[in-house]
Ligand binder design. Sequence first.
Ligand code: SAH
Ligand code: SF4
Ligand code: F3S
Length: 444
Amino acid sequence: MKRVFLETYGCQMNVADSELMAGVLERAGLSLVDRPEDADAVLLNTCAIREHAEQRVLGRLGEFARLKARRPELVVGVTGCMAQHLRSRLLDHARVLDLVVGPDGYRDLPALLARAAREPVAEVRPDRDETYGDLEPRREPGVRAWVTVQRGCDRFCTYCVVPFTRGRERSRPLADLLREVRHAVEAGFREVVLLGQTVNSWHDDDHDFAGLLRAADAVEGLLRTRFTSPHPGDMSDRLIAALAECAKVCPHVHLPLQSASDPVLERMSRGYTLAQYHEVAAKLRAAIPGVALSTDIIVGFPGETADDFARTVAYLREARFDSAFLFKYSARPDTRAWRWPETVPEEEKGRRLAQLIELQHAISGELNDRWIGREVEVLVEGPARRDPGQLYGRTPQFKAVVFPNDGTPAGRLRRLRVAGATPVTLFGEAAEKNSAGAPLVHIG
Ligand code: SAH
Ligand code: SF4
Ligand code: F3S
């Protein structure tokens, strides 16, 4: 067993976990390869948040089954949330599988892989003490480093599988996190994204999330700090003050709402009313001038009436989020809502989703148009995906900006004037001030 192909699905926490696994594998002498055809083992690091996410993985496993038919010695494994969610049921269902490892089993991955070459292996015991605090990830090169500060979730929103796949909430110690941030900066990363399912409930003895942000702000060489996802219920005044005062913390908050109807929020067990959510959003806007807000919404939750949905439409219009991730409710086994009859037919969910997408698209477009003519500071990430002749970066508000390739290296800050916009992208041109592409040393 020498070469491993690792493919990642799901949220940023899974991306960070894949980097953790990559570190564990490489320290054990294994190497990662870019193509499954070149691998002795293929691992899918999976997501279970919606049924669709699991179906994609099952489809991919079908492809690996064909590869394995030609090369029976190939080890096929599933890690992550779907592994934990389906546990040994996965081994029964998908006969192609040799290995199933839940999110708390990555430390022993090399040994598990070796065993799986001889017999089917499932390691899905939850370990409420495992935070991988001491393990150095092998990060994908880039300007942005993901740092998991908290694992698991204790909130048990009634639709959500995460508390069952990732177990109880655990915070990683402050000292480990600061060491990881410093290492990332030494390795050339310029931005860190602090990750947790309710990231703002992170704590270590007397230190709270506000303290963590302030400590990260003091790390020399770091340009920007982001975090995701905060829970509205944990957005204290202390934290809002820290967001406003920390120079490196970007003016962008992703604040999942889920629904703007109080009865729906109540049944979701979200722990806030619309009025309470709105108060948090208003405080953020008052404390952080120009802050960008984004959100998550679920349509078609059991019992969501036309009137409940109308409230969400009205609030989306009022709140004017910069962007929103919009989802159709997907019933997940193990959750409380799984037992509740679905009351919104699939076509109606589709209609509601389409209506929100159209509305949000228009709002994002209007908000992006307002940037035209203004100057922005972009952290350059590299060539634009669709057109390598152009460069690509993000503003502090997390707006993607595409601009002519003037040779600015990735990791530099570049001041640009916004010349055009779509609902998802800004188009930049050189601003006179630093037309030579001189790096700026601070961010405003
Ligand atoms: N911890 C974050 C959410 C993580 S999951 C928070 O509480 O805000 C990301 C998003 O997926 C959620 O915000 C929710 O909008 C969506 N989601 C979660 N479970 C879902 C389900 N069963 N069906 C549809 N969308 C779901
Ligand atoms: Fe899921 Fe709710 Fe936890 Fe977010 S806070 S991960 S939606 S249970
Ligand atoms: Fe999916 Fe697990 Fe993330 S269920 S969204 S990969 S925490």
